[in-house]
Design a protein around this ligand. Structure first.
Ligand SMILES: [Zn+2]
Length: 491
C-alpha cells in the first residue's frame, strides 16, 4: 500500500485498531524521551510532609495536569480543602488532578490512581546520588519518587500518549485520579471520592493502582493489603517525674505497669494474646495454601536482607501468610520514657506506649478497638495499680482484598505473558494502602494492583530507584493491559 492509500484508509476508519508491536516499538524508540520526562518530575521536591515545600508540590500537580492536557485529556484540578497545622493555622491542600480520555459507552472505563508526592529525602541521609537529580547507574534510575510513584504514574500517562501518537484507538476509556498527599495520609481524598461517587466514578468499571512492588525478580500482581489499627496506651501515676534514689521502692511506677501490660499483647512465638483477634481471621483455604506454595520467594535472601539468622517461621508459606494474611502486633515506642544516651535515674510520671495491630479479613477495627481496650484494662486491673490507664485507637484502617480469579487479574496475566513472557505471582502486601479500601467501599468497583516496581526499589528508603527495564517494559505492559481489559466480557 502506498502512502496516499494509507492516508485515505486512515481518513476512512478514523483511527486504526490495536497493534501491539507498533505501540511497543514506539515505546522503545522514545525510551530516552520518557526518561527525560521522569527526570523533570524527579527534580521537583514534592515532599508532602514538609509544608515549606508546598509550592513545589503545587507545581508538581500543575505539571501533572499540564502533561495530561497536552496529550488531549479533559483535565480538572479539584480543590480538596485545607490542612490544619499544629499551630492552629491552615494551608491549602494540593489539588487532586483528574483526567478523562474517551467516553464511549460501548467501551469499558478504567480509572488509574496514583500519587506524585514523595517521602522526604536528603543527600546526607546516605544517598549515593542527589535524590532530586535522576541518575542512571547500571540500568537503574535513582531518584526520590522514581518507583513510588512518579515512574509508574508516568508509565500510565505515556501509555495513553503512545496510543494517541500512533492514532491507534484506545481500547477502553481511561480516567486518571492523581493526588499529592499520599505519603502523609491522603488528606481530603476520601471526601473527594465520596463527593464524586455519582459523577466522576459513575461510569468507571475498574480501578487500577500501580503503587507497590513485586516480591522477587518475578513480576507480580497484588490482590490484598493489610489494614492497621494504631493504639496509644497511657499510664499516668505521680504528678511529676521522680528520682529513683529518693522515691524508688515507695512508688508504683507507671513504666513498670506499662511494660507489664505490653508483655501480654503477643507471645514470644508470635501468638496474639488479645481474645477475639485470632478468631476473627478468615481461615486459610487449601487453594490459598497452594497459591502461596507457588510464589517465588527465597527465605535465605529474605533473612540476609533484614540481617537476622532466625525468623518467626522457617518455611515460605508460614512466612508469607504471616506477612500478608494474618494480623500481628508491633510495639513502636514509648513516649515519656528516658531514651537518650547516658544513665538518668528518672521514674517517669507518665508514659505512653505506641503499638499497632495489622488488620486482615475479617477483622473489624471498631471491634478491635473494643477488644484491645477491654483486654488491656482487665490485664491492668489484675495488677491492682493505683495508676491510671487510658487506651485510645488513633488510626483504624481496614484491609483490602480482591478476588484473584477476577477477569481483571486474568487480563493482567495475559499482559504479563505478552510483555515479560512469564506468569506473574499473585501476592499481597503487608502494609496498608487505605485508598484501595476507600475505592472499594465508596465506589463498589473492582480494583487491581498492577505494580511495575522491582522488589529492591527501596521505597521510602535511601537510594530509591526504578530500573530502566521496568519503566520501559512496564509502559508496554500497561499498553497491553488496556487491550486485555477491553476483551473482558460484559456480564
Ligand atoms: Zn506510594
Amino acid at each position: 500500500m502506498n502512502s496516499i492509500s494509507v492516508f485515505y484508509l486512515l481518513l476512512w476508519t478514523g483511527v486504526s485498531s490495536f497493534k501491539f508491536e507498533d505501540l511497543a516499538q514506539y515505546v522503545s524508540t522514545h525510551e530516552e524521551d520518557f526518561i527525560e520526562t521522569l527526570r523533570k518530575w524527579i527534580a521537583v521536591e514534592s515532599d508532602s510532609s514538609d509544608i515549606t515545600k508546598r509550592s513545589d508540590l503545587d507545581r508538581m500537580m500543575d505539571m501533572t495536569a499540564e502533561k495530561l492536557r497536552l496529550i488531549g485529556g479533559r483535565v480538572e484540578m479539584i480543590d480538596v480543602g485545607a490542612q490544619a497545622l499544629p499551630n492552629g493555622s491552615t494551608i491549602a491542600l494540593p489539588k487532586v488532578v483528574t483526567a478523562q480520555f474517551g467516553s464511549d459507552p460501548s467501551k469499558r472505563t478504567v480509572c488509574v490512581y496514583g500519587h506524585v508526592d514523595v517521602q522526604p529525602a536528603k543527600k546526607e541521609d546516605g544517598w549515593a546520588t542527589d535524590p532530586y537529580d535522576l541518575t542512571e547507574i547500571n540500568g537503574n534510575l535513582y531518584g526520590r519518587g522514581a518507583s513510588d510513584n512518579k515512574g509508574p504514574v508516568l508509565a500510565w500517562i505515556h501509555t495513553v500518549e503512545v496510543y494517541k501518537a500512533l492514532n491507534i484507538e484506545l481500547p477502553v476509556n481511561v480516567k486518571f485520579i492523581i493526588e499529592g498527599m499520599e505519603e502523609t495520609g491522603s488528606n481530603g481524598l476520601d471526601e473527594m471520592i465520596v463527593a464524586q461517587k455519582d459523577t466522576f466514578f459513575s461510569d468507571v468499571d475498574y480501578i487500577i493502582i500501580s503503587d507497590c512492588v513485586w516480591l522477587s525478580k518475578r513480576p507480580a500482581m497484588t490482590y490484598g493489603t493489610r489494614g492497621n489499627c494504631y493504639f496509644f496506651a497511657e499510664v499516668e501515676g505521680p504528678k511529676k517525674d521522680l528520682h529513683s534514689g529518693v522515691y524508688g521502692g515507695t512508688v508504683i511506677e507507671p513504666m513498670t505497669d506499662l511494660i507489664g501490660i505490653l508483655d501480654k499483647l503477643i507471645s514470644p512465638s508470635g501468638k496474639i494474646l488479645i481474645p477475639g483477634i485470632r478468631e476473627a481471621v478468615a481461615p486459610l483455604s487449601d487453594e490459598e495454601w497452594k497459591m502461596y506454595q507457588d510464589i517465588e520467594f527465597d527465605v535465605e535472601s529474605y533473612k540476609q536482607e533484614i540481617g537476622v539468622d532466625e525468623l518467626m517461621y522457617s518455611n515460605k508459606v508460614d512466612l508469607l501468610t504471616h506477612r500478608w494474611r494474618y494480623p500481628t502486633v508491633s510495639i513502636h515506642g514509648i513516649e515519656g520514657a528516658f531514651s537518650s544516651s547516658g544513665s538518668k535515674t528518672v521514674i517517669p510520671a507518665k508514659v505512653i506506649a505506641k503499638f499497632s495491630i495489622r488488620q486482615v479479613p475479617n477483622m473489624d477495627p471498631a471491634m478491635v478497638e473494643k477488644q484491645v481496650t477491654e483486654y488491656l484494662q482487665s490485664v491492668f486491673a489484675k495488677r491492682k495499680s493505683p495508676n491510671k490507664l487510658n487506651v485510645t485507637m488513633i488510626i483504624g484502617a481496614k484491609p483490602w482484598l480482591a478476588d484473584p480469579t477476577h477477569p481483571l487479574f486474568e487480563a493482567g496475566k495475559a499482559a504479563f505473558k505478552r510483555v515479560f513472557d512469564v506468569e506473574p505471582d499473585l501476592i499481597r502486601e503487608g502494609g496498608t494502602i487505605p485508598v484501595a479500601r476507600t475505592f472499594q467501599d465508596v465506589t463498589g468497583k473492582s480494583i487491581i494492583m498492577l505494580p511495575i516496581g522491582g522488589f529492591d526499589d527501596g521505597l521510602h528508603s535511601q537510594n530509591e530507584k526504578l530500573s530502566r527495564h521496568n519503566y520501559i517494559e512496564g509502559t508496554k505492559l500497561f499498553i497491553a493491559y488496556l487491550h486485555e481489559v477491553s476483551q473482558i466480557k460484559k456480564y
